[in-house]
Design a binder for this molecule. Structure first.
Ligand SMILES: Cc1cc2nc3c(=O)[nH]c(=O)nc-3n(C[C@H](O)[C@H](O)[C@H](O)COP(=O)(O)O)c2cc1C
Length: 210
């Protein structure tokens, strides 16, 4: 009995702090700032793919705004900023940064820590991975992923950030899937590096006049 008690004590002593540490790695995000950014027409007029980022990091508020814009809950009924065919809500996003990888829990508006491992070298401080739970022959998940991608594009142009939708991944797809602990039914569809532009964005209207 005494041995059992000591064993339990050892479990509490060694395992609980580890579990607590894992929990503290989750990031409860601040509410999105709904009055920030350019007008929707300005954001549309400035949307473009940018592939050149400065080292400047995104602060937690900007990250919170970004993931919410991508696929956050925007109504009391739990529906999202992104339209989704047949209200499937099969899209999930993952965030990778210098601290590791996180799952965006949209219902809780929280980043759930997955791993400290890197999702691949990239110039941008943050990469968003867009995934979908999808059957092999399903097409809607790819369309739905494109809608989340456009949300990210418009958020970036509206907030003075730089991004590009990429089908090509920063490292081997299978490795990323393993790192993000994706289920066998989950497809990795697109990724979006997001950060501040290295160089001034090209003014496409000025370019067109040349
Ligand atoms: C589904 C999809 C996949 C894409 N994959 C890549 C990619 O792997 N690498 C890349 O540099 N750009 C990628 N792009 C960005 C396109 O090249 C870009 O949108 C196109 O050149 C038009 O430029 P714009 O976005 O500035 O208008 C992708 C875009 C889409 C919609």
């Amino acid at each position: 009995m005494k041995k059992l008690f000591l064993a339990l004590l050892a479990v509490c002593f060694f395992c609980l702090p580890a579990l607590a540490a894992q929990k503290t790695n989750n990031i409860k995000l601040p509410a999105p700032q709904l009055t920030k950014g350019k007008t929707i027409m300005q954001a549309l007029s400035e949307r473009q793919s940018v592939r050149d980022w400065s080292k400047k990091d995104l602060d937690t508020q900007t990250l919170a705004n970004l993931v919410w814009a991508a696929t956050g809950v925007n109504r009391p009924n739990g529906k999202r900023t992104n339209a989704t065919a047949m209200d499937l809500r099969e899209i999930d996003i993952y965030v990778c940064n210098k601290n590791g990888a996180y799952f965006y829990n949209a219902k809780k508006h929280m980043l759930e820590f997955i791993t400290k491992e890197s999702c691949g070298e990239d110039k941008a401080p943050v990469i968003i991975f867009i995934t979908a739970k999808a059957k092999e022959d399903a097409t809607y998940p790819y369309i739905d992923a494109g809608i989340v991608s456009e949300n990210i594009y418009l958020f970036a142009s509206g907030m003075g950030l730089a991004t590009v939708a990429r089908g090509t991944m920063p490292m081997d797809k299978a490795k990323i899937a393993k790192l993000l602990k994706l289920g066998a039914d989950t497809k990795l569809i697109l990724n979006h590096p997001v950060g501040y532009a290295q160089s001034e964005k090209k003014d496409s209207k000025k370019e067109a006049k040349k």
